[in-house]
Design a binder for this molecule. Structure first.
Ligand code: SF4
Ligand code: SF4
Length: 352
């Protein structure tokens, strides 16, 4: 497995990592087998977050006895020092380790969040404290908002940036990737398959390997998936042929531009609709096990808030991608209700 230095962290990581959300879907035994297979195949970079369900716990069990082989990145959604440090203690416990290689502040999507994180008593104070105590080794952040990501990268506080990058959602390619590179920051590409919209793993991974300073972290949930990805990375040539480029164009056209990038520009909604949560429900459905999905406060809150929508259209004026948000909210709710019905039916069937 080829490796790359993750910017100024100096960490030598495999050319591709794995992302931890889908590790919730299989059984614990299978999830552990996936991570261990990845390690056996030379992958040494795993990214997760405290908010990713059982992911940290499962990774912790999988890397037990092999901690030194792996670079672990996790995230806190805590904005203040105390919450962030509480999260860190829990992450350390779940991951069965006494240090995190890269601790990321999760989802810096607004100026308010950045000010809170960097302000007095903010999460950065906690991160610096944890750094001094050796509980974390490097500080990174993640974001879905391109303007904010550019600002945060330029702030100089962080060593890595994690942002969506794939060939249907490639906003980061123009400025963010070059800026991070020029500042010697590690770039972790989340959503390499565009949240399930790209089904062709070969094309998705080869596209990302064109960026030599970027480490993609595809979410995997089976041994077959990780073996397929490693085969692509280990293949002789990463170049994109003219047929590949045609196929990329076709997929781009098919997927279209009608999907939410989670940038949050459309929020806040005057009716307090949690827009980016609502329109993301079909994608979350693909990522999480049904019982987790239905019981997750994030999902419940998104669905409840959607009922407040009065279709005023204010959000659509703020969306840089001109998304028909009102229609998408309606479609998401219909999708959710259909899944609820299907789930109830399957539970009834299972109990008879
Ligand atoms: S259309 Fe609905 S979601 Fe959009 S701003 Fe109006 S109330 Fe909020
Ligand atoms: S609906 Fe548009 S503005 Fe709102 S989060 Fe999605 S892409 Fe961003």
């Amino acid at each position: 497995m080829k490796t790359v230095i993750l910017g100024k962290t100096g960490l030598e990581v495999s050319r591709i990592g794995i992302g931890g959300i889908p590790l919730n879907r299989p059984s614990e035994k299978e999830a552990i087998a996936v991570v261990q297979r990845a390690l056996d195949l030379g992958i040494n970079f795993i990214d997760t977050a405290i908010g990713y369900g059982k992911s940290e716990e499962r990774i912790g069990k999988a890397v037990s006895g092999r901690r030194e082989e792996v670079v672990i990145a996790t995230k806190t959604g805590g904005r203040d020092r105390d919450t962030a440090l509480q999260h860190l203690e829990l992450s350390l416990k779940r991951l069965c380790t006494d240090y995190i290689d890269i601790w990321q502040i999760h989802g810096i999507n607004t100026v308010e969040t950045l000010e809170r994180v960097l302000g007095p008593g903010g999460a950065m104070e906690g991160a610096q404290e944890a750094l001094r105590k050796g509980k974390i080794r490097h500080i990174g952040f993640s974001s879905h908002n391109i303007d904010m990501a550019l600002k945060v990268v330029a702030s100089g506080w962080f060593e890595t940036v994690q942002f969506p990058l794939n060939f249907v959602s490639d906003e980061a390619a123009a400025d963010l990737v070059p800026l991070a590179r020029s500042l010697d920051m590690g770039f972790i590409a989340m959503k390499p398959f565009a949240g399930g919209r790209i089904r062709d793993a070969n094309l998705a991974i080869k596209y990302l390997l064109q960026f030599d300073s970027v480490v993609p972290d595809p979410g995997v949930q089976s041994v077959e998936e990780i073996e397929e990805i490693v085969d692509i990375v280990n293949s002789e040539s990463w170049g994109l042929s003219s047929q590949d480029m045609d196929r990329i164009r076709t997929i781009r056209e098919k997927v279209g531009t009608r999907f939410c990038r989670q940038c949050t520009y459309c929020m806040p909604c005057p009716q307090e609709v949690f827009i980016c949560g609502v329109v993301y429900l079909p994608i979350l459905w693909e990522l999480w096990p049904p019982d987790w999905f239905f019981n997750w406060d994030y999902v419940k809150h998104s669905v409840e808030s959607a009922k407040n929508c009065i279709k005023c259209g204010e959000c659509e004026k703020k969306c840089p991608y001109q998304l028909p948000i009102r229609d998408m909210i309606e479609e998401s709710l219909t999708f959710y209700e259909q899944k609820v019905r299907e789930y109830k039916r399957s539970m009834e069937k299972a109990s008879t």
